[in-house]
Design a protein around this ligand. Structure first.
Ligand SMILES: NC(=O)c1ccc[n+]([C@@H]2O[C@H](COP(=O)([O-])OP(=O)(O)OC[C@H]3O[C@@H](n4cnc5c(N)ncnc54)[C@H](OP(=O)(O)O)[C@@H]3O)[C@@H](O)[C@H]2O)c1
Length: 326
């Protein structure tokens, strides 16, 4: 019995050590997964930022961080109730900054036009436009104008929005346009004879193609805006734990099993928004344009993004499809 009692403290020490080592390992894995945090402490006093899809995930986390930096943040969302709920959540965390909800459905060019009219009437300036909203691998569906949903929302809606907002952005220089793309753009291809999946639809290819379109749009926009004082930044946020996977989520049981693993190995929205934040606020990026970022650092553009012939053709086709050039 005595020998047994002697043994107990040994087990406890062993347990404490194991627990400590597990805690440290989890912390190290999570910090590594999170990547670099935005190194800039710049405030955004007097600056107005528009974030599309700001009621959820990366957009909502960005709205919170920019509010903390005292920006006026316009949450451009398709569902005003969800946007107001996001504002209430953000207000629980900070009383700083101004939060304004405006309706924007990127699957409707009429809604985009109405949004830009509202912004033009109500806002003196727009310092930063963050093209963040996105849809991933949804079943085949069409926007109001008949574009395939992923190409329509992720690329064409933002293409139209940015072009209509350019006068305001040019009035507010130095100003910034930030395009939230994805590493999956590497698998993309711009197929002009199937841009809206008229011939065939593969949800994975549809997402990758729309994200390649984001990269090409950002490069082409930056060259068209050279010398205007409007800078363009494109980025990939890494893998982030958000609602983006809603159309590809497995069954409830598998989700339950995957959640702890995802919690450990996928970035939180706070970590996922850091590169967006960096591109929005970093003073050292003032005047820099047409570059690609990941983990708060500049990265090389991928080869597939550098095809200027396709980028220019995509611009022209996008102008025709959205009616910007009739
Ligand atoms: N999460 C990742 O691992 C990851 C990786 C690479 C790139 N990204 C990119 O990061 C961006 C943000 O995604 P997230 O991960 O934060 O996903 P999320 O939580 O699903 O947020 C997406 C946002 O886009 C909005 N949206 C969708 N369709 C819209 C429409 N027609 N009009 C206006 N807003 C619309 C959503 O609004 P509702 O809530 O109303 O649907 C939501 O607010 C996307 O561009 C995505 O491609 C994410």
């Amino acid at each position: 019995m005595e020998a047994y009692l002697d043994y107990i403290p040994d087990i406890s020490w062993w347990k404490v050590t194991l627990l400590g080592a597990t805690g440290v390992s989890i912390y190290m894995i999570k910090s590594r997964v999170a990547g670099r945090m935005c190194p800039s402490k710049a405030l955004m006093v007097g600056k107005t930022v528009i974030i599309t899809g700001a009621n959820s995930g990366i957009g909502k986390a960005t709205a919170l961080e920019l509010a903390k930096r005292q920006a006026r943040v316009i949450l451009a969302c398709r569902d005003e109730e969800l946007a107001n709920a996001a504002v209430r959540d953000i207000r629980k965390k900070t009383a700083s900054g101004q939060l304004v909800v405006k309706r924007l459905d990127l699957a409707s060019l009429a809604s985009v036009k109405k949004f830009v009219e509202d912004v033009s009437n109500d806002e003196d300036r727009v310092d930063v436009l963050i093209n963040n909203a996105g849809v991933l691998q949804c079943p085949f569906s069409k926007t109001e104008e008949g574009f395939e949903m992923q190409m329509g929302v992720n690329h064409l809606g933002h293409f139209y929005l940015t072009n209509l907002l350019l006068p305001k952005l040019k009035q507010s220089t130095p100003s910034r346009v930030i395009v939230v793309s994805s590493g999956l753009h590497k698998l993309g291809k711009i197929e002009f004879d199937n841009l809206n999946s008229e011939k065939s639809y593969d949800p994975r290819a549809g997402y990758a193609n729309s994200k390649l379109a984001n990269n090409m749009f950002a490069r082409e926009l930056s060259s068209r805006l050279e010398g205007t004082g409007v800078s363009v930044y494109c980025l990939h946020p890494g893998m982030v734990f958000t609602n983006l996977g809603r159309h590809v989520m497995p069954s409830f049981l598998i989700k339950l099993l995957l959640y702890p693993l995802a919690w450990l190995l996928v970035k939180s929205p706070y970590a996922g928004c850091q590169t967006v934040l960096y591109c929005a606020v970093a003073e050292e990026l003032e005047g820099v344009t047409g570059r690609y970022y990941g983990s708060c650092e500049e990265e090389e553009w991928t080869q597939v993004s550098l095809d200027d012939v396709v980028s220019k053709k995509l611009w022209n086709v996008s102008e025709e499809l959205t009616g910007l050039k009739s």
